[in-house]
Design a protein around this ligand. Structure first.
Ligand SMILES: Nc1ncnc2c1ncn2[C@@H]1O[C@H](COP(=O)(O)OP(=O)(O)OP(=O)(O)O)[C@@H](O)[C@H]1O
Length: 227
């Protein structure tokens, strides 16, 4: 599934100023690729990820994700499209503290598919991310790496074409980072596109297309084939 952005800009209005978070972004993400985006704090990385996933709409430009025209679609169309095609791993995990790991992974599809079908898939995913023995724990009983892997399992529940990850190894040690890299490599080898935002120089070594965001402007850094 391809993503195309042309002339995308996005500003935020605060009480005191207008902040241009994205400034005339042009980008094509080919299906199956692994894109890594780095850049200083406040340079627009999360905003770009939110636009690339249609959670947020840009102010101007054209943005298509597969068949979805993000600028012309309704909220409901974008929600349905995300549910069917995209996975998103949030910087702060966004797990529900009152539910166990298994339920957290199942939540996105619970209103839409039979519980038993979803549970089977969620258990497979917990195995994939090496968390089978934590399925009945609640998030407060998990380490940072385990929370992150729960968030990744949840993002994979709908068998997405594209997974967008915001700082998936933030605050994790080398061993946890390596586990997450391995999971991402497995997913990518199955044809899932990965779009990754990170400050972690070790994680930023992976991916076949690298970009730097600076002051809302996207600079193509390199195209490699090392993942
Ligand atoms: N909802 C909002 N309202 C106002 N300003 C915002 C909002 N969201 C983001 N911004 C501003 O837009 C700019 C880009 O923010 P963004 O979160 O995309 O940066 P980032 O590169 O992901 O930062 P970090 O690496 O610290 O997570 C920042 O100056 C931020 O303060």
């Amino acid at each position: 599934m391809q993503i195309n952005l042309a002339g995308i800009s996005k500003s935020y209005q605060t009480n005191v100023e207008v902040i241009k978070a994205l400034d005339n972004i042009n980008l094509t993400v080919e299906g199956g690729s692994w894109l890594t985006i780095t850049g200083p704090s406040g340079s627009g990385k999360t905003t770009l990820l939110r636009c690339l996933s249609s959670i947020e709409q840009p102010d101007v430009g054209t943005l298509t994700i597969g068949e979805l025209d993000v600028m012309q679609s309704t909220d409901e169309e974008r929600r349905t499209f995300r549910r069917e095609n995209l996975g998103y791993v949030f910087q702060d995990f966004q797990l529900f503290d009152q539910f166990d790991v298994l339920t957290n992974v199942m939540i996105p599809l619970l209103p839409y598919q039979p519980r038993l079908v979803i549970e089977k898939r969620a258990l497979e995913l917990l195995k994939l991310v090496n968390l089978s023995d934590r399925s009945r724990h609640v998030p407060s009983q998990l380490s940072g790496g385990e929370k992150q892997r729960t968030a990744i399992a949840r993002a994979l529940l709908n068998k997405p074409n594209i997974i967008l990850c915001d700082e998936p190894t933030g605050n994790l040690d080398g061993e946890n980072r390596n586990q997450i890299v391995k999971i991402l490599q497995d997913i990518n080898s199955q044809g899932v596109s990965i779009i990754l935002v990170t400050h972690d120089p070790e994680l930023a070594k992976y991916g076949n297309k690298k970009f730097v965001l600076n002051g809302g402007k996207l600079i193509h850094h390199s195209t490699l084939n090392n993942n």
